[in-house]
Write a protein that binds this ligand. Structure first.
Ligand code: NIG
Ligand code: FE
Length: 417
């Protein structure tokens, strides 16, 4: 077992005692100005003020010692919402959006998600894996050490299972920790366009049981949106997923306020995601249900929409997490630093609130809070050495990568971008 000691680090980390961190607790972050991290076998053995860690170090054989020269250290980013398993870009559609065609109109015309479905169905498992691995390499370079990935570009049993196998392989063969989510309810496929209700039945009776039997999805997510899946259909699908032992997530109120946030609250889902159009009532239901709001400011930015009302959510006691939404359509973003930047400058989170949102609350949103998301004894030694004096550098420095190095399980990563 390798033992490593990182000295002279200016450490900032949220702590598990406050998890998910809601309200004022979202801003409570521990800080050690001259801190050390002792890593054994890829996990944090001790962390804190230099003199306190020193006590644990005495008598140990240290294999590697790193002097961080006062640099700022934060936990590795946890990106709790991506669609990072796809086989082709959709830049042409982006140009259509720039020219004024709305995102949901492109989907209605058979493009959007359905265009990605055609590419993913046609791709071999190997092609899908290689394309997606390159996406993850870039996210690692930008500090993402844990990532949730949704299926949802298959929309038939065989291709959804193919995607989930690729997602599992990404977890085994990349340095990152990968959390798989089944999202067969991402859109109604073209072959069911005339009778969408039959697709809901297929999801309940065939796709969800097949996924559950193979045990390859931790969560189930549904795109609850005008013209996609109604609140009633979303409720049915998620209730079925729950009986099969999956955690619940919901794409809620992204474009229209359909009542997705209220549904997530009613079901006490783990998370409700997007929420650009969520109403006051929806936000109150999230708080009541203990649901984490996973906010995706880079999507609002890319769709040229107003940001989610993060301040209202925090003030009403909803724990907020931050994610990229990395996908080929609404938001091709591989950078958690960009997301944190937008959260601070666009949604008015404080740097501490944004840090908790991009690490520990995000870990909670994917059921990984005991493993990742903060620097505490026993957890994976996942951290980022920042090129700045405080985590505020993530907003202070725009359009660059204020990162010196990324460490996953105590190993330095040198992924290219
Ligand atoms: O989170 N809203 C639905 N799904 C994705 C977009 C997927 C796509 O456009 O391919 C999202 O924005
Ligand atoms: Fe999404």
């Amino acid at each position: 077992m390798t033992t490593k000691l990182f000295r002279h680090a200016h450490i900032y980390t949220p702590q598990l005692g406050q998890c998910p961190a809601a309200g004022a607790a979202q801003a409570e972050v521990a800080e050690w100005r001259d801190g050390s991290i002792l890593v054994e076998g890829g996990r944090v053995a001790a962390v804190g003020a230099a003199q306190d860690v020193e006590v644990k170090v005495s008598g140990k054989n240290i294999d590697e010692e790193h002097d961080l020269e006062g640099a700022t250290v934060i936990p590795g980013f946890v990106d709790p919402h991506t669609h990072a398993c796809f086989a082709a870009m959709r830049e042409g559609e982006f140009s259509m959006r720039l020219a004024g065609k709305p995102y949901l109109e492109i989907l209605k015309a058979g493009g959007g998600i359905l265009s990605s479905v055609r590419h993913v169905r046609a791709a071999s498992e190997e092609e899908l894996f290689c394309f997606s691995r390159r996406l993850l390499e870039t996210t690692l370079h930008y500090g993402t050490t844990t990532v949730e990935i949704k299926s949802g570009y298959g929309l038939d049993t065989e291709t959804e299972l193919k995607m989930l196998r690729v997602i599992a392989r990404l977890g085994r063969e990349t340095p990152q920790t990968v959390v798989p989510t089944f999202m067969g309810a991402h859109a109604v496929p073209e072959e069911y366009r005339a009778e969408p209700i039959k697709y809901v039945t297929l999801l309940e009776n065939e796709m969800l049981p097949a996924v559950a039997e193979q045990g390859i999805a931790k969560f189930c997510d549904v795109f609850c949106e005008e013209g996609i899946f109604s609140v009633e259909q979303s409720r049915k699908i998620l209730q079925k997923a729950r009986t099969l032992g999956m955690g619940l997530k919901l794409h809620a109120d992204e474009v229209y306020d359909l009542g997705g946030a209220s549904l997530a609250g009613e079901l006490k889902a783990t998370s409700a995601e997007h929420l650009l159009a969520a109403s006051d009532k929806g936000i109150a239901k999230l708080a009541q249900g203990g649901v984490v709001a996973v906010l995706l400011p880079a999507t609002a930015y890319s769709l040229k929409k107003s940001f989610a009302r993060a301040r209202v959510m925090i003030d009403k006691g909803v724990p907020v997490a931050l994610a990229t939404d990395l996908n080929p359509g609404s938001c091709f973003c591989q950078s958690m630093p960009f997301v944190v930047n937008l959260a601070i400058l666009g949604m008015n989170l404080t740097p501490e609130e944004a840090l908790t949102g991009a690490t520990l609350n995000a870990a909670w949103a994917v059921g990984m809070e005991k493993e990742v998301g903060s620097l505490e004894p026993g957890k994976m030694a996942d951290f980022i050495v920042l090129d700045g004096e405080t985590p505020a550098v993530l907003a202070y420095a725009s359009g660059v990568r204020p990162i010196r190095s990324v460490w996953k399980g105590g190993e330095g990563q040198s992924a290219g971008a």
